[in-house]
Design a protein around this ligand. Structure first.
Ligand code: GRF
Length: 220
């Protein structure tokens, strides 16, 4: 009997290039997962077109149509649970999630953030890197806990900041790295190699005590 694929619910707010990277990884047999649903809180998110092109079910759940954050999150929960998603993937989803939502998906909710966390939580990460003359920048994939852009980090892609960089060039280069590491982490979960349990990340049956590092297209 064929093994059940890891089922994903992907939450987006914008362009959805990370969503596309996940779609492509599945198509190229690099990721044993199935996207059950894509939810956007923005009707104008062009990531919705990417999903529709692949015949993936999409939902627009506009946060502004709900009286509270909790009610909005509850509407998303209904859709995610109806498709029995194993993993909830935040891919450029620009809303803060409520405590009950995060608790409901504890250990199966992941996010990608464009900085070397714990540096630069929140917005405008690339400009902050420029303003602070940082030598390195990158992206982090982490399980989500109750604090913004926190939670145990699985992997960080790291790259040098060039003298010629500005926020736009950095954002573009970081995205290229994001597209490598996000499907990679999801595949580790799909293979049962990576888990987050009792506040502990485990990879290949060993506690993961420091984030994996993706640099120059290599994992260390
Ligand atoms: C990415 O930089 C991601 O790290 C951040 O939002 C951006 C989303 O880009 N959370 P896209 O919508 O996947 O193209």
């Amino acid at each position: 009997m064929e093994k059940k694929k890891l089922s994903l619910a992907i939450l987006i707010s914008g362009g959805g290039s990370n969503l596309q990277a996940i779609i492509d990884a599945i198509k190229n047999n690099k990721l044993d997962a199935q996207i059950e649903v894509v939810i956007s809180n923005q009707v104008s998110a062009s990531g919705l077109d990417r999903a529709a092109r692949e015949n993936i079910t999409t939902y627009v759940i506009e946060h502004k149509s709900y009286p509270s954050r909790g009610a909005f999150d509850q509407a998303m929960t209904q859709v995610i649970d109806a498709v029995k998603a194993d993993l909830v993937v935040l891919a450029g989803f620009m809303r803060i999630l409520s405590k009950p939502f995060i608790e409901h998906y504890q250990h199966r909710l992941i996010n990608i953030h464009p900085s070397l966390l714990p540096k630069y939580k929140g917005l405008n990460t690339h400009q902050q890197v420029i303003d602070n003359n940082d030598k390195f920048h990158g992206a982090s994939v982490h399980f989500v806990n109750q604090e913004l852009d926190s939670g145990p980090i699985v992997i960080q892609a790291e790259m040098p900041v060039l003298a010629t960089d500005n926020a736009e060039t950095l954002a573009a280069r970081v995205l290229i790295e994001e597209h490598q590491i996000y499907p990679m982490v999801i595949q580790m979960i799909a293979e049962g190699r990576l888990s987050f349990d009792k506040n502990q990340l485990n990879l290949d049956n060993e506690p993961l005590t420091r984030p994996l590092c993706w640099k120059d297209n290599q994992l260390t």
